[in-house]
Design a protein around this ligand. Sequence first.
Ligand SMILES: [Zn+2]
Length: 259
Amino acid sequence: MGKDKWKCRLCGQFFDNKEMSEEHYPARSVGNEDIVALNITKMFDSFQSKEMQERIGNKLSAGEGIEQISGDIFDNELAESLYPDGRTARTLCRKCNIFLGKYDEAYLKFFSLDGDAKAIKGFSQNTKIYIIKSIFGKFLSIPEAKNEEFDFVDFLKNDLETEYSGKWKIYFVRRDFSSDLMGMKDIGTGKITFEEGVVYELSDDKFIYNLMNFDKHPCFEMTNLFDILKKNYKLIQGVGSDGGYHAQIFMTRLFSELI
Ligand SMILES: [Zn+2]
């Protein structure tokens, strides 16, 4: 195979550069537009500065909420435009990108209704399976997983397949103040390795997803993505006080940026 050939992560075939497409991960419609990154070094400096502490203090005494204050600081001072057109990867051929697009359409319905169990209950089984496949499909494109051979590719390739019995699981939580440092949403991707296996992360404006090849640690409360097929499921809000996998992956990235 020539060096200038790209392998599609779904069909496994090789293509010229121009036959590949730019896959958005997560989808553009769920927050992947003009991605900003938190300037970590600047954040530490500014929160230690007296001037910043006074400004926050003044706003608090004027009755502003801490979420509002930190959100404003993030947007106006600490965010740097990283991917103005959204974050993409050249991981799928055009045909496969279009094919996965129909799963993403189903996911957008889930996203728009905030994953609310009462609303999702009314979706057809087919739509629910598409929602699940959309998330599995996004993990094909994250850079941290580019050398991973996933056993769910056939499950995704066949839109009629409703069962997956491979080794990978996806757990998720709804974002809240506990999941986002100072209320700043970070939709970066990541990877962390445990003795039991590996955990990948992908998130959008509303949810944080972890793909892993072992049963999650019981101490971390998260919803199993396949639970959305049930009549009722409990949507876990936030990552809890210990921060879950999200905090560990975030901290790992944070330190690698600081070094
Ligand atoms: Zn393909």
